[in-house]
Design a protein around this ligand. Sequence first.
Ligand SMILES: Nc1ncnc2c1ncn2[C@@H]1O[C@H](COP(=O)(O)OP(=O)(O)O)[C@@H](O)[C@H]1O
Ligand SMILES: Cc1ncc(COP(=O)(O)O)c(N)n1
Length: 274
Amino acid sequence: MKKVLSIAGSDCSGGAGIQADLKTFSAHGVFGMSVIVSVVAENTSRVIAIQDITPDMIEKQIDAVFEDIEVDAVKIGMLSTEPCMKAVAKKLEQYKPNNVVIDPVMYAKNGCPLMDPNSIDALIQVILPYADLLTPNIPEAEKISNIEIINTEDMKTAAKLIYDMGCKNVLVKGGHAIGDALDILYSGKEFYYFESQRIDTQNTHGTGCTFSSAIASNLALGMTMPAAVDQAKEYITTAIKHSLNIGKGNGPTHHFYDLYKNGLHIKKSEGDLC
Ligand SMILES: Nc1ncnc2c1ncn2[C@@H]1O[C@H](COP(=O)(O)OP(=O)(O)O)[C@@H](O)[C@H]1O
Ligand SMILES: Cc1ncc(COP(=O)(O)O)c(N)n1
């Protein structure tokens, strides 16, 4: 079984962060592991508090995984402050894992900040160079590239500028755009386009976490970068299409729709597979 590690924040409401990552890994048939960087008291409507784990404890969790287990891919999510980023970067430098997918999380869907805005330079200088793939949404791509994005050409320009900062591939996600959900991958040589119809739902809590974890899983399973993104796009689109009306705000996506749709996994009562 391929082994995939998430280094991210914990979302106690279960739709984003480490919890979304582990569900996504399980849905892809890879073995999921987690290093918790921050504990976030949040739900579908708001972020109540953030408690960072100490840099020393972040490093020790990463050591515990890598000294024992061969890691086939790493997904990195919320890194709230520069000290967290430095702790993670130190260990990426030490262990040099393959297939590092970094989602530069800055805000929750309800607009609450998850990263200290003064840490953008550290994100660019300390973390970004370790990315085999960086997956900013439009507001994050704007912050990193320092340009305004209003159309597809701007998404491509931002992708190029971010690529030049030192990551190997950039995927600018169009979840926040108007019109169809178009994501653009730039490999340094070519642009690849991944498009789906926009689904009319407010249940998009954890879409970026889920998408980046699906890509990391697919890379661990041996896919090329464009194939990994293409398959992950199909997965996230299905997860959003069948998203769950849980909570009062932006509900979570359905990580296991394809597994459950044939009814093999829900045992209602003894002998009754529905
Ligand atoms: N309403 C929607 N309908 C279809 N796809 C969507 C929708 N919202 C987001 N997506 C897709 O979900 C993925 C995650 O993108 P996005 O929501 O922009 O990330 P983030 O969670 O980082 O803000 C992308 O593939 C994006 O195109
Ligand atoms: C702990 C944590 N990490 C990340 C996100 C953002 O989630 P997304 O951008 O995927 O909606 C979140 N709400 N909570």
